[in-house]
Design a protein. Structure first.
Length: 318
């Protein structure tokens, strides 16, 4: 465990990384596999959100409560130090407000519309990240990233035709995507100084704190709904595998991958989620021609973007 606030030994990490037969960094390839698996798990959260009967705010409160407790037990069981300095604690707890807001709006969007419509809105994370990351990190906005983000959004729009009756769900989904983009960019900076489980623990604890304050301020103890027996198993799965485990994995890959690259691959979540929605709920209308055309555009953009990026770099270096 590194000391709180101390940067990781990036040189050691890069020296230890090997290149495969294609000349690419094997550490990056490993992180890409972890990220794809994580995105697959995230795709399942929409299914759980539709299966769990309690409100979006209560659902997220139980989610972050279970996730925070599981990470705390992990630290204690492994005798891992997880203290951070006051400044870092404040930053992570405040970031937790963005995390909590994102999830509340995500599940609210599902309940106000459908799983597919919500996942469609979530695809806009790529475009928001392409805009916000250069501004926050004080870099030049990449035209290539903006174009890739637009292609992603166009591909997702082809999957489903939005209906006016889902306006509130669409708005909630888009704002959720904005918050997800912001905390992803913040985490891409934090992970250079702190370990992913520590970041996840304090951000999830922060989300728990802010949601608890909100529930107490709006209605007091009566606002804390008791889940039905059928919901408990889903909440445990959501809080452990789909939150604490997936959140730690999602943050850890940012040591090697940029926030935009992570957002780009995260756009597979709608594809995974829609396929699972079809398997669980059996709605054949969701597997339309538009779905397959949009999926091809999304997958092509995700996998061709790194190739195009390398070609641009080569041309600049000539």
């Amino acid at each position: 465990m590194t000391e709180p606030g101390a940067p990781y030994n990036q040189k050691a990490t890069h020296l230890g990384a090997k290149k495969d037969v294609f000349g690419t960094n094997s550490g990056v390839n490993k992180n890409l596999l972890i990220l794809h698996f994580t995105v697959f798990i995230w795709g399942f959260t929409g299914i759980l959100g539709q299966l769990i009967s309690i409100s979006a705010v209560n659902l997220v409160w139980y989610r972050v409560l279970i996730a925070s407790l599981s990470l705390f037990l992990y630290f204690k069981f492994n005798k891992t130090a997880f203290k951070v300095n006051r400044n870092t604690l404040l930053k992570l707890m405040l970031t937790g407000a963005l995390v909590g807001g994102h999830w509340i709006l995500f599940f609210a969007s599902i309940k106000l519309s459908t799983v597919p419509v919500t996942l469609v809105c979530l695809s806009s994370i790529t475009l928001f990240t392409a805009i916000f990351e250069p501004i926050i990190n004080k870099k030049r906005i990449s035209k290539m990233e903006i174009i890739a983000g637009i292609f992603i959004v166009l591909g997702i729009i082809l999957i489903f035709k939005f209906e006016t009756k889902y306006t509130k769900g669409i708005i909630a989904g888009l704002v959720s995507a904005v918050l997800a983009s912001l905390f992803a960019i913040i985490n891409s900076r934090q992970v250079k100084h702190h370990e992913a489980p520590v970041i996840a623990f304090y951000e999830l604890s922060g989300a728990l704190l802010w949601i608890t304050i909100y529930l107490l301020a709006t209605g007091g103890p009566a606002e804390f709904a008791i889940p039905k027996p059928a919901d408990i198993g889903y909440l445990v799965l959501l809080g452990t595998v789909c939150t604490s485990l997936a959140y730690v994995a999602g943050v850890s890959v940012m040591r090697e991958l940029s926030a935009f690259r992570v957002a780009l691959i995260t756009n597979l979540e709608p594809v995974y989620g829609i396929i699972m929605a079809f398997l669980f709920f059996g709605d054949m209308n969701k597997m339309s021609v538009g779905f397959w055309v949009g999926s091809v555009i999304i997958l092509s953009t995700i996998f061709l973007f790194p190739v195009a990026q390398k070609q641009v770099v080569k041309r600049r270096n000539r």
